[in-house]
Ligand binder design. Structure first.
Ligand SMILES: NC(=O)c1ccc[n+]([C@@H]2O[C@H](COP(=O)([O-])OP(=O)(O)OC[C@H]3O[C@@H](n4cnc5c(N)ncnc54)[C@H](OP(=O)(O)O)[C@@H]3O)[C@@H](O)[C@H]2O)c1
Length: 331
């Protein structure tokens, strides 16, 4: 007989959604999967979108919220080669993180870096998988190039600023308050721009002698799309990972043509496990050593107990946080 576990359920998905503790059957690992006893789960804006009813899990994924966890491997499925029971890991999930146990495909497992405690390690996977593949694979950020990170104080932004700074890039970041801008500079941004009081296009242009930046990582969209084109240098690349201010806009594409720009947009969640595994291999090679050297840190805003998932969502929805909000299974 299967054992049970505590997990979060979404009551009344939609605008009035509520997150409540429930009891579910503990999942079992299939071929190429392991079962992780979860120490903590990362909260992501995509979880809010899913609870609102707008971002359903991909086919085959757990309907439980949660795209990343840290914890300990407690069971191996068949052919889970290279991993052992008892190993502490963090993992990217297509769903199922807001629970005491989660099944993880081995391609999506990473070891917990030295210097990082097990709970804080839940802050790493979603941000670093997303940042690496969008900046390096998609936008082809090359040595010596400059970058603008929108939403610099977000889970994604805090990881992106640190990665780019650690690799020697000149980093601009936008954020919505003076405190968030100060934090962005602390993470390694050369210049943080308070978008409520400054025009990021003007600031970037002035700081680069009119040239613009080589790459922009954007999650805002809306009227930022055309403004980003103006902030880019010749042959610049814009990659959107979200459109929080709107996915529709009236855009003058002439500037794209004249500056030979590229505009791309990607999502991570529905990619194959093999593709996620290739990103994980790059993280192991290029990012985990920077974390172990203390040059990149998980930025943990708040750790709340699993039962306070609703409070965690409220904090994120209000954009009151800097870095990651985590749900811990103990406490
Ligand atoms: N495509 C992918 O594969 C992928 C993967 C991971 C995440 N994402 C997306 O990337 C975004 C960041 O994720 P996250 O988990 O790091 O979220 P998060 O921590 O909540 O970050 C969002 C931040 O963006 C800023 N912001 C700027 N304009 C905004 C607006 N119009 N509405 C709301 N917030 C605005 C907010 O800070 P200010 O105070 O500065 O406004 C907020 O803190 C989310 O939209 C998420 O869905 C996409």
């Amino acid at each position: 007989m299967n054992q049970s576990m505590r997990a979060i359920a979404v009551e009344q998905p939609g605008r009035e959604y509520r997150l409540v503790l429930t009891t579910l059957e503990r999942p079992r690992p299939g071929p190429g999967e392991v079962l992780v006893k979860v120490a903590a789960a990362g909260v992501n804006r995509a979880d809010i979108a899913q609870a609102l009813g707008g971002y359903p899990p991909p086919k085959g994924a757990s309907p439980v919220l949660g795209l990343e966890v840290s914890g300990t491997i407690v069971e191996l499925g068949p052919k889970a080669d290279g991993w052992s029971v008892g190993t502490e890991v963090c993992a990217l999930l297509a769903g199922g993180g807001y629970a005491e146990f989660a099944v993880v495909p081995i391609q999506c497992l990473l070891s917990v870096p030295a210097r990082v405690d097990l709970v804080a390690a839940a802050a790493l996977p979603e941000a670093h998988f997303t940042v690496w593949t969008n900046l390096m694979d998609t936008a082809r950020l090359a040595e010596g190039q400059s970058v603008l990170i929108h939403g610099g104080s977000s889970g994604i932004g805090t990881a992106a600023i640190q990665l780019c700074a650690a690799r020697g890039h000149r980093v601009f970041a936008t954020a919505g308050s003076a405190d968030k801008c100060t934090a962005c500079v602390g993470f390694g941004a050369t210049r943080a721009i308070n978008y409520r009081s400054e025009d990021f296009v003007a600031v970037v242009k002035e700081a680069t002698e009119g040239r613009g930046v080589d790459v922009i990582l954007d999650m805002v969209g809306g009227d930022y799309i055309e403004r980003n084109f103006h902030a880019l240098a010749l042959n610049g690349r814009l990659v959107n990972i979200s459109f929080m201010a709107g996915a529709t806009a009236t855009v003058n594409f002439g500037v794209m043509l004249m500056k030979r720009l590229s505009f791309m947009a990607t999502t991570l969640r529905a990619r194959s496990n093999d593709e996620k595994g290739r990103i994980g291999t790059a993280l192991r090679q290029h990012v985990w050593p920077l974390i172990e050297a203390g040059k990149i840190k998980p930025v943990v805003d708040t750790v709340l107990p699993l039962g306070q998932a609703m409070e965690a969502h409220a904090r994120m929805a209000a954009s009151a946080h800097i870095g990651k909000i985590l749900l811990a299974m103990e406490g």
